[in-house]
Design a protein around this ligand. Sequence first.
Ligand SMILES: Nc1ncnc2c1ncn2[C@@H]1O[C@H](COP(=O)(O)OP(=O)(O)OP(=O)(O)O)[C@@H](O)[C@H]1O
Ligand SMILES: [Mg+2]
Length: 260
Amino acid sequence: MSALAVDNIGIGFGGLTALDGVSFRVGNGEIFAVIGPNGAGKTTLFNIVSGLYAPSKGRVQLGVDDVTGLEPHRLAQRGLSRTFQNLQIFFRMTAAENVMVGRHLHESRGILAQLLALPSVWRQNRATRAKADELLAFVGLSAFADRPAGELPYGALKKLEIARALATEPRLLLLDEPAAGCNPVETQEVDAVIQKIAATGVSVVLVEHDMKLVMKISNRIHVLNQGRTLAEGSAAEVRSNPAVIEAYLGRRKGEADAQG
Ligand SMILES: Nc1ncnc2c1ncn2[C@@H]1O[C@H](COP(=O)(O)OP(=O)(O)OP(=O)(O)O)[C@@H](O)[C@H]1O
Ligand SMILES: [Mg+2]
């Protein structure tokens, strides 16, 4: 059974076909990369899988369940979490608070109990804080726990987003360009965090332009071009695929070089 199965997905915006006939499966604990030139449809694919967009055709399955068109919070309850291509950090909150925000799904108390500040609520907040500390340690950000996020270096913010996405304890994690804008050292750190996550059995779908990172850590790679599947396979298979080389050479020479 796959953690995620996408079958014949399609969506258009006005006259533009953003995705058409895309299918793939992601296994448990697998790092599955989706790559492709700018505008290929990678983020749109994430938006469909995470429930922000309903596809005009096709099906999305989590495990054995058909979840096509379910709302994002329902998908989160079913073990799906994601990060966004642009930082979604609350800069005036501390790093720990940013992670705690991601944890709210697991909190059972209603708003009234929060207002009354029952001892059980405080206990729960302590548990939420403890979980946040655990996740910050997991991504290597313990030292920043009580610092306002706005004071963190860029690479730390990218890891903070991953920690927050992990706060709902997902089984499937979608990462949209987790190393974008990172320097080589920061990229190495993100690389290590992703591998640690997969080692815990969580399935990771990775959208990333850093080909060195993708080729190194992905079990399989799915290549999109202008909304359609161009290839799927191991790093070696994808790297030597003429259609893939053509798509990159034609549109992003720098990245094609980075593949070699
Ligand atoms: N909400 C939307 N409304 C209209 N067009 C959209 C919308 N979302 C995406 N598109 C278009 O769909 C196509 C695919 O966009 P998408 O953001 O999925 O590409 P991408 O592969 O993530 O690119 P990048 O590598 O630059 O992030 C693009 O032509 C984009 O302009
Ligand atoms: Mg994108």
